[in-house]
Design a protein around this ligand. Sequence first.
Ligand SMILES: Nc1ncnc2c1ncn2[C@@H]1O[C@H](COP(=O)(O)OP(=O)(O)OP(=O)(O)O)[C@@H](O)[C@H]1O
Ligand SMILES: [Mg+2]
Length: 1050
Amino acid sequence: MAEPGPAVRRKSCPGSVRKRRQALVVCSTVCSPVARKKLSSGGEGPAAEATCINDSEEDMFGDYDSFYGNDSLLAQIDDTEHEHLHDRNKDIKADGELILGNLQSGIYQEKDNFSTSENMVILKADKEDAFEMNKNDLLDSNQEPTESISDDLPSSQLLYFAKLNELSSGSRTSPLSERKRKCKKSSDKIRSPLSFYPDDEHRNRPTDVSSHSNCALFKTDSLKDNLKSAMTGNAKAQTLQVSKTKQLKEAVLSEEICVARKTIESSSVDIGPFYGLPSKVKDLFRQFRGIETLYEWQHDCLMLESLQQRKNLIYSLPTSGGKTLVAEIIILQELLCRRKDVLMILPYVAIVQEKVRGLSSFGIELGFLVEEYAGSKGRFPPIKRRIKRSLYIATIEKGHGLVNSLIETKRIDDLGLVVVDELHMLGEGSRGAMLEITLAKILYSSKNTQIIGMSATLNNVEDLQKFLQAEYYTNNFRPVELKEYVKIGGTVYATDSKTESGFTFSRFLNFKYSSNLQKADPDHIVALVTEVIPKYSCLIFCPTKKNCENVASMVCKYLKKEFRAHREKEKQDLIKHLKNIGNGSICSVLKQTIPYGIAYHHSGLTNDERRSVEEAYSAGVLCLLACTATLAAGVNLPARRVILRAPYVANDFLKKNQYKQMIGRAGRAGIDSAGESILIVQEKDKHLAQRLVNSPLENCYSNLLLELTKGMHSLLLSLVGLKIAVTREEVNTFMCSTLLGVQQHLLSKEKSLSEVIKDGLEHLIEKGLLEGRMSEKNHNSKYTLTITPLGRATYKGSIDLAYCNLLYRELKKGLEGLVLESNLHLLYLTTPYDLTFSCNPDWMIYLRQFGQLSAAEQKVADILGVPESFITKKASGQAVRKNVDSTVANRLYLSFVLYTLLKETNIWSVSEKFNMSRGYVQNLLNSAASFASCVLHFCEELEEFWVYKALLTELTKQLTYCVKTELIPLMEVAGVLEARAKQLYNAGYKTLAHLANANPETLVRVIEHLSRRQARQIVSSAKMLLSEKAEALQEEVEELLKVPTDIPGT
Ligand SMILES: Nc1ncnc2c1ncn2[C@@H]1O[C@H](COP(=O)(O)OP(=O)(O)OP(=O)(O)O)[C@@H](O)[C@H]1O
Ligand SMILES: [Mg+2]
């Protein structure tokens, strides 16, 4: 349980890794799923088939809901923190006091003066001084909002501009002397070690690189110069004097990186200016994150001997404990000092995008690349960079693909570090299985790749430690105290693990309800929220999507009119903005609730809507969100109070982990100074609630067998495909090192792990994915297995094994008569299989849409075996005798939706046309984009499908962006969604180069609803992407120009 504590709870032996106390590892009362799993060798029943191909868009709690568009939270929050929070608190305080109605309870004790100072340690000289801010050495790190664009650029870029000016003003030098000058400059301390443009070969090279080798690299200078000229565009006009201070700072940085690198190489204990990193890094954390000092536990953790020795590490702290910062420092050490690539695995697409944006500015300042691996984005294998190191930020699915491709190309050792956030996801469904597979492969294939995992909700840590061969660090620190309450009837109880019941009386809820209100709000939600809003913000977690909307509507119905006056103009602007996003349409519930500062948030919103709602909530324009569990994981939203409307997610009683993650959103450090949660419980559920509050966190079990096709079978296939293990004996050895291997004692008595493996391999042979003999009694364990082309295509495309044969057949059939008059036929082939099971076509709409197709397009339906007569009969309710495969008919229906979407690029009108929720349509589109890229990779491996390659490349792009073509370059920038892209485009920012060279201050001025922080992040991400693209081209050119060493006769 996350214990609130005013002071840091120090470990008994500071500086050393402490194993989790035995007492903490309480055996779960829940029967292990591994043990419950009925083992079968091959059968993928319908349940197994309904697994998701889509990456990281399902809800953290199963299929109940989904989460995609949670972008820009940090951006907005940080901006709010820096720019508005202070003012807002003042404003709201004044307003709130005036406008709170009678409903406001006088009982609510405001406690916003929790001091965190006791919890912080200002670290002093050397180790202890690692993070103390030295104002003198920061100079201009605290950029004022009015700073000119030049101050946002690294001095190397400014130097480049200066050079351009110099050249254009006549002081030209010959290319040769220029090259020499460069060579000379490369050893010059003033030269930027970390410039944005990729022309500074020197900057990331160790100091011992000879000037000769530097010179050799300049043979492609003219190309680079061309690239640079093309890229700099308008920015050239803004070229200004290079700040000497900036040059000096970067020279110091260069020096520090070298020292840090040497230090890390030579010693395992000694550290550089900032945990082995240049002191600029701490400036950046202050500048970009507002972090002044490290918490004591963060320092202790970073000083762990095991980390110095590069051992694997799991660390666990309560929600909002500040786990991310530690991981980020370790990542920077790896990138800058050890010069290795890093993979960071995060649970959702939206969180990946947010992280890419957040870390791009670090990348630009410190000279590493940040590459996004989410949705349909990401290259396999990644481009091999000679100069800069890469930080791959990936969803679980893309992380898996990336690791596979690195193993296959024998580059896995380039990966120095893998960081897994929300490590408890190992125990969650197919994504858990995929995470386990990824980590097991890394552990087995690369002895030099360090693994770091973190989570707030771990229980059976010993199992995970064994699996990851990791040390463990834990601490109960939470910077902001979180008080947990339970409300039953009109009484509020504090949770108290010391008492037998688990609850102690806290107060009676003070509310005066009319009979009408009592009927509409029997759980006193209005009373609970008006104790905090609009002065503070509040999240209400609801069991279902519909419930979110109902709660939001109900609350605003009973709020006093005065609530409307609070930030009225901004709320009107938000409504206007949502209307723009919806091309003139706005959700009627939001239209009604937003004037009161209230909204709902769940997967039924489009990506753009979700982003707007989150941003408005983070900025305090909205003060209450009724949301599903989609907002529960790792999200930094300001919530003084979190209310759990009922202890259920859909129809299931809450699990402890879910409960902890939800309440953990209250009282986030740097956003709120206090936090509390209130779980609303009905009398009948009282005992269950007591058990919930007092029980330990759930154990984390391997899902390899529960998710057979995406788990065990997929693993076996890729083990052979990647040649990690090609005999049964080797496979057995490998499997012992998985989490399943660690937990094999929990397997049912019917079958041992090696029998399960044997069954699995036989099944893959039967399916034509592997070749080999498994049936011989003797010697079979040494018989070499090989992968078939279909097997290779399947694992390379990350195709769920439940569908690979079907996909192959459909693609093959497509070769005989693919209708290419429009993209309908292709869309059918890339419509995700798993969504067809839950699809219930409206046959009238089906018929209407069919009628609007051209003759050639109608032929597609015929080819697929869904004739017009069938659709007509279905629409008119007649009995159908024809044997039509309903999954094909459903899939075709979904491709009609996608087809209309690509034509109209308007989710709202399409959802109306098909009578589907816009969130469903959005999810279908996201899933189709992901699946299209999977099918593309599948086809790339099968020669007979060469023709699909070009077609699917283009289709994947269309599905990924689903906007007018001109917006695509802008939407390539992490997290720039359609609405933002349109604003930018209309304001004249038409290309990536425009964005990369934009002045954030100008952006804030000309783009509505754009905070300064967001503007900076957009520019940083655009710079990063541009830099990445330019480097890729450059690498390609240099590869092309490389003289082969084996030319005959030389
Ligand atoms: N040393 C620090 N000083 C001030 N703020 C900090 C510090 N470390 C982290 N924070 C802030 O605390 C907030 C929560 O941190 P973080 O997101 O890392 O929590 P977490 O431990 O990952 O929680 P969760 O398990 O909920 O994801 C962030 O806004 C972060 O910027
Ligand atoms: Mg976190």
